[in-house]
Ligand binder design. Structure first.
Ligand SMILES: [Zn+2]
Length: 301
């Protein structure tokens, strides 16, 4: 969702074909195998036939990474539509329909819990909420999550799945790039690890800010990762792009990311990396879930 190209449709609807539908069976878009939905869920949304990675919701992502219960932060933050923006329809009604369909108030869920016993702050982007785009609320929640990690001396994991900055919030959405990057710089100075997980797709302002700033940048297989889309680049440089351009494996080969990890090994890989970076399992006392945050601005550190 490049905010700088006027020719592109402002917001593509979530790709229904590559999501896990509600029905009993789902067809793999890669190998066309018909998979029983429960089998797919048990396999973490990975096709047992060809290892195609279906999209995951933010809630599924957190459930996959945390050991058990976790505390969700700032669920009440909602965009105020500061520009009173209207494209093909008013931004306010886009927000309302996304809130109704996802059950969340914006495109990220941030939470604290245990990951293989290590207290970790995780932010997971929700693609079905306006393409997982980053506006003021996403920027603020990610920043607060990093600040919480600073306060608790915990590592941060951000799972990106986003079309980029939210054009309906104009320059305000672009400012979130600097804001989240500055918060990560503070985390870095405090010597706390940040692991970025890039999933299909991670593009635009999210790639250009926190998604590429990890101490370790891990991508899921065959994820589309880039800044501008391939069509825009081809038009700009007037050259045909190579096969597999902007896919995880290509980026790994060219040194843009550190690892490509199958989702089924993601949690163990993250835990191993966190331990390598000096994280230690939390005390039993810290494991008790804290009361749900009120989401009040007053609690900002
Ligand atoms: Zn398949």
């Amino acid at each position: 969702m490049a905010w700088f190209t006027k020719t592109r449709k402002p917001m593509a609807p979530p790709e229904k074909a590559s999501r896990v539908p509600e029905g009993l069976y789902v067809k793999c878009p890669s190998c066309t195998q018909v998979i029983y939905n429960k089998d797919l869920a048990a396999n973490l949304g990975v096709c047992p036939g060809c290892a195609y990675h279906f999209k995951m919701t933010a809630a599924e992502r957190l459930a996959m990474l945390f050991d058990g219960e976790y505390t969700v932060h700032d669920p009440g933050l909602v965009s105020t539509d500061p520009l009173e923006f209207t494209d093909t329809k008013p931004y306010k009604s886009r927000l309302q329909s996304s809130i109704a369909s996802t059950g969340g108030n914006d495109a990220v869920v941030t939470a604290t819990g245990l990951l293989e016993g290590i207290e970790t702050v995780i932010a997971a982007l929700e693609y079905s909420f306006i393409g997982g785009s980053m506006g003021v609320v996403v920027g603020e929640k990610v920043t607060r999550a990093i600040e919480r990690a600073l306060g608790r001396r915990a590592p941060v994991v951000i799972v990106s799945c986003s079309g980029g900055a939210r054009m309906q919030e104009g320059a305000l959405s672009l400012m979130q790039m600097a804001k989240t990057a500055a918060a990560l710089a503070r985390l870095d100075r405090a010597g706390l690890p940040f692991i970025s997980v890039l999933t299909d797709p991670t593009t635009g302002g999210v790639t250009a800010s926190f998604a590429m700033l990890g101490d370790l940048n891990i991508a899921e297989p065959k994820a589309l990762i880039g800044f501008a889309g391939p069509r825009v680049i081809e038009q700009t440089i007037r050259q045909k792009l190579p096969e597999g351009f902007q896919r995880s494996e290509f980026l790994l080969e060219h040194g843009m990311i550190d690892m490509v990890v199958d989702r089924r090994e993601l949690k163990t890989t993250i835990a191993r990396a966190l331990r390598f970076m000096g994280a230690t399992p939390a005390e039993a006392a810290a494991a008790a879930p804290v009361a749900q945050d009120a989401g009040a601005a007053a609690e900002r550190t």
